[in-house]
Ligand binder design. Structure first.
Ligand SMILES: N[C@@H](CCC(=O)N[C@@H](CS)C(=O)NCC(=O)O)C(=O)O
Length: 260
């Protein structure tokens, strides 16, 4: 909790790709301050010799949707500058100029600006030719799409109810922005039983959503990770618990600097 992270953390490598080099650009959310405080590596626009940074992620350490994007960047071995957008509402004008809807995250790839975290995941996978994450074969791709949609429409909102009570959510402040309410969290955990059982019944038994690691796992990982901090007990749901433990154990997830 608390959203603290190293401003210039060297991130560990993904299993199959060179070390990603995400670097925090600023936590102020103010462009001028960001420029003034940018770590030299980010300010020089370079992730290393011969490896220029072209990607900018408008980010917040405590945003689960931004963590999805950071996880995907790390999984793809991509370097990016991270520019912190404050949770406070209304969003600053400089960010509304980037994303008029104000949601976090947004990716800027050399002037191509893209918001909506799932769109960012799809774009990065296609950009990097990661057919393992986002298959080109129509039926395999459709299964990933189905899981992404199911997650967004059914399961993520269910988990959110519990997170909001357990961690204390305030609109415009995010998780941790309000006092936790353990009694309500306990009641909601009980209510979530059938939904957790349903999710347990549809995810693969191998520790991934669909039988091999894909964008569906990247999209769910931040919320699965949060259950380790909210006290939501998954021990009665073996596939779900294995899914969480497998996905959040990936080096690329650690490299994405998860913050609850
Ligand atoms: N559909 C958008 C949602 C973006 C979104 O709502 N992000 C959160 C942070 S995780 C946010 O900006 N919340 C507003 C707030 O908490 O003030 C996406 O997937 O990128």
């Amino acid at each position: 909790m608390g959203g603290e992270r190293s401003p210039k953390k060297a991130l560990s490598s993904s299993p199959t790709l060179p070390a990603p080099a995400l670097s925090s650009y600023s936590r102020t959310g103010d462009r001028q301050a960001a420029t003034a405080r940018a770590p030299s590596r980010a300010a020089s626009g370079s992730a290393g010799i011969g490896c220029p940074i072209t990607l900018v992620l408008y980010d917040n350490p405590r945003s689960s949707n931004a963590l999805k994007a950071r996880f995907c960047l790390a999984e793809c071995g991509l370097a990016a500058e991270l520019r912190t957008v404050p949770f406070d509402q209304p969003r600053p004008d400089w960010y509304l100029a980037v994303n008029p809807l104000g949601g976090i995250p947004t990716l800027d790839d050399g002037g191509f600006v893209l918001s909506e975290s799932n769109a960012i995941l799809r774009y990065l996978a296609v950009r990097e030719g990661r057919n393992d994450l986002y298959p080109t074969e129509p039926r395999q791709r459709a299964r990933v799409e189905m899981m992404l949609d199911r997650w967004s429409s059914t399961f993520r909102p269910a988990f959110f109810r519990h997170e909001a009570a357990a961690l204390g959510f305030a609109p415009g402040k995010g998780m941790g922005g309000a006092p936790p309410d353990p009694d309500t969290a306990g009641r909601i955990a009980t209510e979530l039983g059938p939904t957790l059982a349903l999710l347990d019944s549809i995810v693969d038994a191998d520790g991934t959503a669909l039988g091999s690691f894909s964008l569906a796992d990247i999209a769910a990982a931040p919320i699965l990770y949060r259950t380790r901090h909210t006290g939501l007990d998954l021990s009665g749901y073996p596939n779900l618990e294995r899914w969480r433990d497998t996905v959040v154990s990936r080096p690329s997830f650690t490299a994405a600097d998860p913050v609850v």
